[in-house]
Design a protein around this ligand. Structure first.
Ligand SMILES: [Zn+2]
Length: 118
């Protein structure tokens, strides 16, 4: 008697199931990765116009040069600060680092707004 096909160790249905589980696992991994890396960025605006965006998950610094003066926006370890500002009040420079969506650092003399967005 010939061996019956359905007595194979792994049937086609099993392979489909395994492939399905693998796809789900990979999709889950991607979803998890997405959660892990912050999607937030910082928007640098002058007088309401966005001039530059920087990702929060990459350390960077950006010099905002205007006729009225200069502010350097620094991203470090997911937090944003304004450094080396030459505005008269230096309020932006003294502002604590921001890292949460919706937080802002404002430099009134330079009409500069640094806001964390998603
Ligand atoms: Zn300022």
């Amino acid at each position: 008697m010939e061996p019956k096909q359905e007595h194979k160790l792994i049937s086609h249905a099993d392979i489909l199931l395994i492939v399905g589980i693998l796809i789900l696992a990979v999709a889950g991994l991607f979803a998890w990765k997405k959660l892990e890396t912050p999607g937030a960025y910082v928007d640098i605006m002058i007088d309401g116009d966005s001039v530059k965006t920087l990702r929060l998950d990459q350390d960077a610094s950006y010099e905002v040069k205007q006729q009225v003066g200069v502010n350097t926006v620094v991203v470090q370890d997911g937090s944003v600060t304004v450094q080396d500002a030459d505005c008269p009040d230096k309020i932006c420079e003294k502002h604590r680092a921001i890292s949460q969506t919706g937080e802002t650092i404002i430099c009134l003399p330079h009409k500069l707004v640094v806001e964390i967005k998603e």
